[in-house]
Design a protein around this ligand. Structure first.
Ligand code: PRT
Ligand code: ZN
Length: 213
């Protein structure tokens, strides 16, 4: 049996369309039915797995998948044994601190002694440490932007793209913690054959990018 490179992409959500477009534009032909867990490309030695984005770094570490497409924010948060192989220039956003608009935010020290709600506790912890700030971190998995309004936290750290979610929840963005975009991650111990397939795919992705510019 010949080697297949297993690529994990998001099953549904903000990364799905960009990930599918990227693979299709690179010349891969495959079907992606709604309830499919995986599919094999007809004309390239890859198998595509459809997963929740949060699970992808672990699957790549465990070699259930060889490579994956995730947001850089997820790659940084999960701290798995993954290698960042390529930035992909879509799903761009930033992970930012935001506070109620009425607060007189004077700088990062304002966060000292405060409570911060986030789905990204590891990234927030590193940011606070780097800035010498002691604050509480309240991990919640969704609807982070409502936390200050219901008295759960003084500030939030969440993804922002247009800023309209912050605005409609009475919050203002005060610190950009990191910029993010979709990235390809890989298991660092791929065998030679899989590496070769990945190189070929990366070459095609680069060719598509050049043709677009
Ligand atoms: O089901 P699954 O777990 O796979 O998906 P998910 O719900 O965890 O993720 P999804 O699809 O929402 O996002 C996947 C990835 O898209 C994120 O990890 C980011 O890398 C990227 N991305 C880009 C974003 C945004 N832009 C974004 N705006 N992810 C989320 N948002 C949310 C944000 O959390 C906030 O609620 O959109 C809101 C803010 O948007 P604006 O435009 O109002 O500022
Ligand atoms: Zn997710």
């Amino acid at each position: 049996m010949s080697t297949l490179l297993r690529i994990a992409i998001q099953k549904s959500g903000r990364l799905q369309e960009g990930s599918l477009d990227l693979l299709h534009e690179s010349g891969l032909s495959f079907s992606n039915g709604k309830d499919q867990l995986k599919t094999q490309a007809r004309n390239f030695p890859v198998e595509i797995l459809f997963l929740r984005d949060d699970d992808i770094p672990q699957y790549v570490e465990d070699q259930v998948a060889d490579v994956g497409i995730v947001g850089e924010n997820v790659f940084c948060e999960k701290k798995k044994n993954n290698e960042l192989v390529k930035r992909l220039d879509f799903a761009k956003c930033r992970l930012s601190m935001a506070v109620p608009r009425s607060e007189n935010y004077t700088g990062v020290q304002w966060l000292n002694g405060k409570n911060i709600a986030t789905s990204y506790p590891n990234i927030v912890k590193d940011f606070l440490q780097k800035n010498n700030i002691k604050a509480g971190i309240h991990e919640i998995s969704g609807s982070v932007e409502i936390a200050p309004g219901i008295g759960l936290a003084d500030a939030i750290c969440d993804l922002v793209s247009t800023g309209s979610t912050l605005l409609s929840n009475g919050l203002k963005e005060v610190e950009v913690v990191m910029q993010s975009e979709a990235v390809i991650i890989a298991n660092p111990t791929l065998d030679a054959e899989k590496k070769k397939i990945l190189e070929k795919l990366l070459f095609r992705i680069e060719a598509v990018r050049k043709a677009k510019n």
